[in-house]
Design a protein around this ligand. Structure first.
Ligand SMILES: [Mg+2]
Length: 236
């Protein structure tokens, strides 16, 4: 029996190069075509799993045919009926309050940008020279704001408030795989992807993009390596 294939892909740093301004990150036409071609293969489905808001992913992936799981997998659309985590409404109320508190707390730190998401609050410090010298100092400031049921996670030039609920990219991918009865390939580059590599375990083909320690089974060196893998999966 030929099993279905779910190809789950992180966005930033996996499908699009990181930029100083996260809002300026775009998917290239060539890579959009690769994703579209892979998704049209019989039995194959592409799912983008990202910490980005769903609205951002809808714009960035328009025309690619990919299913979307934004907010670290708290939302899923494009594979079966539209799904959202049962605590999303509660967590989004808390996120709004937390974003306001974070903005007040970093007012005197030039270059720090607070991004309110639906169920998370990202604090970007890529453009903050003071914080680049002492990221842990900013972490301490933010940790003082943590409400019950939330945690502070690190990423690439970012601190992020995230719900402590045991739900993330890996759980969303597993949900999508159950719906499709598919085996999983997951490619990602960041901390949240490591959590998903752990969650998916040996049953999935996991691929880390770039250097550094990883729980993934395979590694590619950069975005060009991701392209090679997408082409290989399309032909396989
Ligand atoms: Mg990434």
């Amino acid at each position: 029996m030929n099993m279905n294939l779910l190809v789950a892909l992180d966005f930033d740093g996996t499908l699009a190069a990181l930029k100083r301004d996260p809002a300026a990150v775009r998917l290239s036409a060539a890579r959009r075509a690769l994703i579209s071609r892979l998704g049209k293969k019989a039995g194959a489905r592409v799912l983008i799993v990202s910490g980005r808001p769903q609205a951002f992913l809808r714009r960035a992936l328009a025309g690619s045919g990919a299913a979307l799981a934004g907010e670290h997998g708290w939302l899923l659309e494009g594979i079966g009926s539209r799904w959202r985590h049962p605590r999303l409404a509660l967590r989004s109320r808390q996120a709004r309050a937390l974003a306001a508190a974070a903005r007040a707390a970093v007012r005197d730190l030039p270059g720090v940008r607070v991004e309110a998401k639906t169920a998370a609050v990202a604090v970007h410090w890529r453009r903050a020279p003071g914080v680049r010298r002492d990221p842990a100092g900013l972490r301490r400031v933010l940790a003082a704001l943590l409400p019950d049921g939330w945690r502070l996670a690190g990423g690439k030039k970012i601190w992020e408030f995230r719900p402590a609920d045991a739900w993330g990219k890996g759980e969303a991918i597993a949900l999508a795989a159950r719906r499709l009865r598919a085996r999983v390939v997951f490619i990602g580059d960041d901390e949240t992807d490591e959590e998903a590599f752990r969650r998916l375990g040996r049953g999935a083909m996991t691929v880390k993009v770039g250097p550094g320690r990883t729980l993934a089974r395979e590694r590619v060196r950069g975005l060009a390596g991701v392209d090679v893998m997408l082409k290989r999966l399309t032909k396989a």
